[in-house]
Ligand binder design. Structure first.
Ligand code: F6P
Length: 501
């Protein structure tokens, strides 16, 4: 069997063909090989440089990196995160994992559901607003879900505050009535400075507004219940989740509480079911039939053969406008690593820089660079068949036509004698077409991205589930604020200029 370095060498020797040639050669075969439908989502990789040779090389790499073994470890609750010596059990939240973990996840979901029933039944008085405080994985996922799926829901106003900049919290509490507000403090570790400060200020706001028992309005969503109790939240108002569910993989656990409250339990259950459908696909499909692995193959040829340092995701759907933000954390915090599982320096490029925006707005802002700039950027379009409005069909038709046209224009380009008006073409894109933006399809889509990240990590031989890179900055920020670290003169001068002595 070829080793991983043989496979990387083969990838270096592989010569990509022109996209237009690939697509023209045998269109039927290409569509059959590179377009798949899973969970009512069409994943289209036809406009990438993937060809049979590249797929064979990358399948060899997957074997050499023990893709099958690592996937089994992931789904069986084994140590998928060796640097922290723990499992990565987000799929157990969706019913796929070690039986004991699935059982625990279901029991904790039940507890979350009972809390929602209690709120709906008026156990906290007349609750209209939910102030959700959390950051990173404790905010981006719920924010995406509520923004995408809660637009027509009149159940509760949910506001998600993450930034430590007081302006964020201030803006929300200006519009919320304290007597009708419930506060959900989301933090996995119960140690994050920003969240703690925002929680304290929210408590003060309720207190100053004369709310009786302000702490009684707090619910904690955490993997560290003891710390929440210590902070003052009663055990009955803690919705725990397992420590083996990573922050950026946690929206399926009680971290999804704001979404479950805003959308209703049935919608949350559908979200889990959509993700479970993708879990089954990822666990069972082999080789290039596995859409998450196929996507990772494309990612690897761009990052590690064709020199692409970034990957752009454009949602041609207002409901999915937060998807690029969500993916930035998922992809960059997971795979932005420089060390392999064996502790060696990674010889390849790790995660590309994920960025993106919303179509068609982005066409009038950043697409110039995509069409004519010197960078080659693989672009991902995410679009839905069904619109979210009852306005004239022209809106949706124009939106979708623009999305599809961009992919075609990037691929074909256009020659011109006048350099400024020439489009080089041969620029890759993938298109993900959802039947509709529903809890089920969004669950499947997010799970697809999670498993794609995992598949990339396996191909690279890295651990996607730790995030030590963020620790140094946190320590230094604390040291700077407390004056406990002797900083360099440039930093000291800057600190003095910004905050005085
Ligand atoms: O600083 C990074 C990080 O630890 C993320 O991994 C995590 O999603 C976020 O901070 C928030 O952590 P917590 O939920 O513990 O506040």
């Amino acid at each position: 069997m070829p080793t991983a370095s043989d496979a990387w060498q083969a990838l270096a020797d592989w010569q990509p063909q022109k996209l237009t040639d690939l697509v023209a050669a045998d269109p039927q075969a290409r569509l059959q090989a590179l377009v798949r439908n899973v969970a009512d989502i069409r994943f289209d990789f036809a406009k990438t440089h993937l060809d049979d040779a590249a797929i064979a090389i990358l399948s060899g790499l997957a074997d050499a990196q023990d893709f099958g073994g690592r996937r089994k470890t992931l789904f069986s609750g084994g140590i998928a995160n060796p640097t922290e010596n723990r499992a990565a059990e987000h799929s157990a939240e969706r019913g796929d994992g070690a039986p004991e973990s699935v059982h625990v996840a279901q029991a904790l979901h039940q507890r979350m559901r009972m809390m929602i029933d209690a709120i709906e039944a008026g156990a906290f008085g007349e609750i209209r607003h939910l102030l959700h405080i959390g950051i990173g994985g404790s905010a981006l996922g719920p924010d995406l879900l509520v923004d995408a799926l809660g637009r027509h829901s009149d159940r509760y106003d949910v506001a998600i505050v993450s930034n430590v900049d007081g302006a964020a919290l201030d803006e929300v509490i200006a519009n919320f009535r304290p007597e009708h507000t419930l506060v959900a403090v989301e933090y996995k570790t119960f140690t994050t400075t920003e969240t703690l400060l925002n929680a304290n200020s929210a408590l003060q706001w309720l207190d100053e507004a004369g709310v009786a028992d302000p702490l009684g309005r707090f619910i904690a969503l955490t993997a560290m219940p003891d710390r929440a109790i210590e902070w003052g939240i009663d055990e009955t108002r803690i919705l725990p989740f397992s420590e083996t569910v990573g922050g950026r993989y946690s929206l399926w656990s009680s971290i999804g509480f704001p979404a479950a409250l805003a959308l209703g339990w049935d919608a949350f259950a559908d979200l889990l079911e959509g993700a479970a459908e993708m879990d089954r696909h990822f666990r069972l499909a082999d080789g290039a039939d596995n859409i998450c692995l196929l996507a990772a193959f494309a990612d690897q040829i761009y990052a590690n053969r064709l020199g692409c340092q970034t990957r752009a995701v454009f949602a041609y759907d207002e409901r999915l406008r937060l998807l690029p933000d969500y993916l930035q954390q998922l992809e960059m915090e997971s795979n932005g690593k420089a060390v392999t599982l064996d502790g060696e320096r990674l010889a390849q490029q790790s995660a590309p820089i994920t960025w993106g925006g919303v179509g068609t707005d982005a066409q009038h802002a950043v697409f110039q660079l995509l069409h004519q700039g010197t960078h080659r950027v693989p672009v991902e379009f995410v679009v839905a068949r069904e619109p979210d409005h009852l306005l004239d069909d022209a809106h949706h038709e124009t939106l979708v036509a623009n999305c599809i046209a961009q992919g075609a224009a990037l691929m074909t380009g256009r020659a011109s004698e006048d350099g400024a008006r020439a489009y080089p073409g041969d620029r890759p894109s993938t298109t993900i077409l959802l039947d509709q933006v529903s809890p089920r399809t969004l669950g499947a889509l997010i799970a697809f991205y999670e498993h794609r990240v995992f598949a990339n990590a396996v191909l690279l031989g890295i651990n996607p589930f730790d995030q030590f890179g963020v620790e140094l900055g946190k320590e230094m920020a604390k040291g700077l604020a407390e004056g406990t670290i002797d900083f360099d003169p440039a930093t000291q001068a800057l600190m003095k200029a910004a905050l005085g002595d």
